[in-house]
Design a protein around this ligand. Structure first.
Ligand SMILES: NC(=O)c1ccc[n+]([C@@H]2O[C@H](COP(=O)([O-])OP(=O)(O)OC[C@H]3O[C@@H](n4cnc5c(N)ncnc54)[C@H](O)[C@@H]3O)[C@@H](O)[C@H]2O)c1
Length: 323
C-alpha cells in the first residue's frame, strides 16, 4: 500500500494495463525515478505481484521510488500523469482497426475511473487504435485537449531513425525524423524534413531505398507481430511513452510527434492525429503546423480520413454514452 503525506513531493504516475507495454513502462518510469508508480490491471493479483517485483529491483538497480500494483483505482488518486495501455494487443492477421470496438469499452471504463480519481492528470494514451482511443479518452474524461495526448509518433519516428541509422551505419543519435498522421499503415514519414546531423536524407539515400525504408517504418509494428506470433511490440513502445512522461514531468518541452486534437491545424477538424507538439508540464503546450508540399498534404489527408472512419464507427456509441 502506498502512503502519501503532504510533505511528499514526488510526482505520481499511474500506468493502467499491466501487460507487456504497461509493465515495461512502469519499470522504466521507476528506474528513471520520474515519480512513484501505480500499476493497475483487471487481472486479479497480477499487477500487485509485478509492482512488488519492480519495487524489489530498486535496491539492485539503484532507484528509490514507490512502485505498487492495484486492481482498483483508489491507490491511483491524484496522479499527475496516467499512461493508458489497457486493452487487447494486436494478434497476427488482426489489423489495428479490428481492435476498435473491444478497446473502446476498455478505454471508456478506464477513463471514467481515472477522471474520477485524478481529475487534474495528463493522459498519455497508448492503447490501439491509438488516434481513436485518444478521442474516446478526451470525450469521456472531458479533460481539456492539452491534457490528452497519444503515443505513436515517438515510436514511429524511433523506428524510422533506427532503419536510417542502420542503412548509413551512423549513430541513431544523429538521425532526426518527422512522422505525421494517424498511427497505422497510412502514417506519413516526412523524408524531406528528416536528416542526419542536418544533412537531408535525400542527399544520403537514393529514392528507391528511402521508399523501402519508409515502407518498413509504416509496417514496423506488423513486422514484430509476425515474429512474436502472440502479442505485439512493447520495448520500444514503452520507451516512447516514458519519453513523453519524462518531458511532461520534467517540463522539458521536448518537441515530439504525438497524437493531438486538431481543430483546424493542417486543415483537420476535431480529430486526433500525429503532429509535432511541445510537451511540457501543461501537457501539449503547442502544436507545430509545418508547411507541407502537395504530396505530403495528400498523404496526411488520407491518413486523417482513415482515423475519421474509425471515429464514424464509434460515434453512435459515444453519443449513446453521453445521452
Ligand atoms: N500506440 C502504439 O504505438 C502502441 C504500441 C504497442 C502497443 N500498443 C497497444 O497497447 C495496448 C497494450 O499492449 P500490450 O502489448 O501491453 O498488451 P497486453 O495484452 O500485454 O496487455 C494489456 C493489459 O491490459 C489489461 N486490461 C484489459 N482490460 C483492462 C481494463 N479494463 N482495465 C485495466 N487493465 C485492463 C490486460 O489484463 C492486460 O494485462 C494494445 O492495445 C496495443 O495494441 C500501442
Amino acid at each position: 500500500m502506498l502512503r502519501y503525506n503532504r510533505y511528499f513531493m514526488r510526482k505520481k504516475i499511474t500506468v493502467v494495463g499491466g501487460g507487456n507495454v504497461g509493465a515495461s513502462a512502469a519499470v522504466n518510469l521507476a528506474s528513471k525515478e520520474l515519480g512513484d508508480v501505480v500499476l493497475v490491471d483487471v487481472v486479479e493479483g497480477v499487477p500487485l505481484g509485478k509492482g512488488l517485483d519492480m519495487l524489489q529491483a530498486g535496491p539492485i538497480e539503484g532507484y528509490d521510488v514507490q512502485v505498487a500494483g492495484a486492481n482498483d483505482y483508489a491507490p491511483t488518486a491524484n496522479s499527475d500523469v496516467v499512461v493508458i495501455t489497457a486493452g487487447l494487443a494486436r494478434k497476427p492477421g488482426m489489423s489495428r482497426d479490428d481492435l476498435l470496438l473491444a478497446n473502446y469499452e476498455v478505454v471508456k471504463g478506464v477513463t471514467e475511473n481515472i477522471a474520477k480519481h485524478s481529475p487534474n492528470a495528463i493522459l498519455v494514451l497508448v492503447t490501439n487504435p491509438l488516434d481513436a482511443m485518444c478521442t474516446v479518452a478526451h470525450h469521456v474524461s472531458k479533460f481539456p485537449k492539452h491534457r490528452v495526448v497519444g503515443m505513436a509518433g515517438v515510436l514511429d519516428s524511433a523506428r524510422f531513425r533506427t532503419f536510417i541509422a542502420r542503412e548509413l551505419n551512423v549513430s541513431v543519435e544523429n538521425v532526426t525524423a518527422v512522422v505525421l498522421g494517424g498511427h497505422g499503415d497510412t502514417m506519413v514519414p516526412v523524408v524531406r524534413l528528416s536528416s542526419v546531423s542536418g544533412i537531408p536524407l535525400t542527399e544520403l539515400i537514393e529514392p528507391a531505398r528511402l521508399e523501402a525504408i519508409v515502407d518498413r517504418t509504416r509496417n514496423g509494428g506488423a513486422e514484430i507481430v509476425k515474429y512474436l506470433k502472440t502479442g505485439s511490440a512493447y520495448y520500444a513502445p514503452s520507451s516512447a511513452a516514458v519519453e513523453m512522461v519524462e518531458s511532461i514531468l520534467k517540463d522539458k518541452k521536448k518537441v515530439l510527434a504525438c497524437a493531438a486534437l486538431l481543430e483546424g491545424e493542417y486543415g483537420i477538424h476535431g480529430l486526433f492525429v500525429g503532429v509535432p507538439v511541445k510537451l511540457g508540464a501543461n501537457g501539449i503546450e503547442k502544436i507545430y503546423e509545418i508547411k507541407l508540399n502537395a504530396d505530403e498534404k495528400a498523404a496526411l489527408a488520407k491518413s486523417a480520413s482513415a482515423v475519421q472512419e474509425l471515429i464514424d464507427v464509434l460515434k453512435p456509441k459515444m453519443a449513446q454514452a453521453t445521452a
